[in-house]
Write a protein of this length. Structure first.
Length: 69
């Protein structure tokens, strides 16, 4: 899964949830893409998308929670 696509899912989740810790953000983003369970590959893909969103300045971390900028 492309990191750009996952980052869009991250934004969608945070738009609805306001802020989430990393573990919850990974799980909720995976659900957006239809994954009910988090295997190693799915979890890594979600983390890569979250890192991409951070690098692009789309999200930030405040008090150990991810937020939209």
């Amino acid at each position: 899964m492309a990191k750009e696509e996952v980052s869009c899912g991250v934004i969608e989740v945070l738009t609805n949830q306001i802020s989430l810790p990393e573990e919850d953000l990974i799980r909720e983003t995976a659900k957006v893409f239809g994954y009910a369970r988090l295997g190693g590959n799915v979890q890594q893909a979600m983390k890569t998308g979250i890192e991409f969103a951070l690098d692009k300045g789309l999200v930030s971390i405040k008090d150990d929670r991810f937020i939209i900028l």
